[in-house]
Ligand binder design. Structure first.
Ligand code: ZN
Length: 88
C-alpha cells in the first residue's frame, strides 16, 4: 500500500505543486498591481471614499464653517467661496 511511488505519480504531484505555486504567484502579482494602481489613484482628492481614512489622519486639519455659505474651510488657510458676503 505504501510502497515506493512511481515516477509518473511523482511527476504528476510535482506538476500539481508547480501549478498551485505559479497560480499563487500570478494572483499575488495581480494583487500587487492592483495595490499600486490603487495607490496611484489614491493621490486624487476623493481617495478615501468608502475606506477607513488611515492615511488621511496625519494630514487632518482644523476646519471652520463659513457663516455665510456654511462650507467648511481650513482654519489655517481659509479660502473665499465666491459669495459676496463670505468673510474669507
Ligand atoms: Zn464662504
Amino acid at each position: 500500500m505504501f510502497g515506493l511511488p512511481s515516477l509518473t505519480k511523482l511527476l504528476v504531484l510535482a506538476g500539481i505543486i508547480l501549478a498551485v505555486w505559479y497560480g499563487f504567484r500570478f494572483v499575488g502579482k495581480l494583487d500587487a498591481a492592483r495595490k499600486v494602481q490603487a495607490k496611484q489613484q489614491g493621490r486624487g482628492p476623493k481617495a478615501n471614499k468608502g475606506r477607513a481614512p488611515r492615511a488621511a489622519v496625519p494630514d487632518a486639519e482644523e476646519m471652520v464653517a463659513c457663516p455665510a455659505c456654511r462650507a467648511y474651510v481650513p482654519a489655517t488657510n481659509p479660502s473665499n467661496c465666491g459669495r459676496p458676503d463670505c468673510p474669507y
